[in-house]
Write a new protein. Structure first.
Length: 118
């Protein structure tokens, strides 16, 4: 078996990928992936609940992980989202440090509206 998907950075990455591309997975695969990655259930717990082998659960999770990463490699939505978020934080910082009064408030308000959209 390959490495576990339990490292915090891997879980965060998979969560982002799932948020953006999860709807593109098969329903059954989505449920297994959610149980393992998002709900932190063990392979054995999921296998027992779904009446499949632990290896079967692992294979589904692994395939979902690969598929989600392939979607990101092609579409780059998560990368664009993270870059946009970083740029908005920079805009807010500049507004707080440089602009005065109403202009600063307007810039901050616009940044918050963009956060709501993304």
């Amino acid at each position: 078996m390959e490495k576990s998907f339990s490292e915090p950075d891997e879980i965060v990455e998979l969560s982002y990928l799932y948020d953006f591309y999860g709807a593109l997975l098969k329903e059954n695969h989505r449920q297994v992936f959610e149980d393992y990655v998002l709900n932190n259930l063990s392979l054995g717990e999921i296998a027992g609940e779904r009446q499949i082998t632990r290896q079967g659960v692992y294979d589904i999770v692994r395939r979902c992980r690969i598929r989600l990463k392939e979607y990101e490699d092609k579409l780059r939505l998560v990368s664009k989202f993270q870059l946009t978020k970083k740029k908005l934080q920079e805009i807010e910082r500049i507004a707080r440090e440089g602009a005065e009064g109403e202009v600063s408030e307007q810039i901050t308000r616009l940044a918050e509206e963009i956060y709501d959209v993304i």
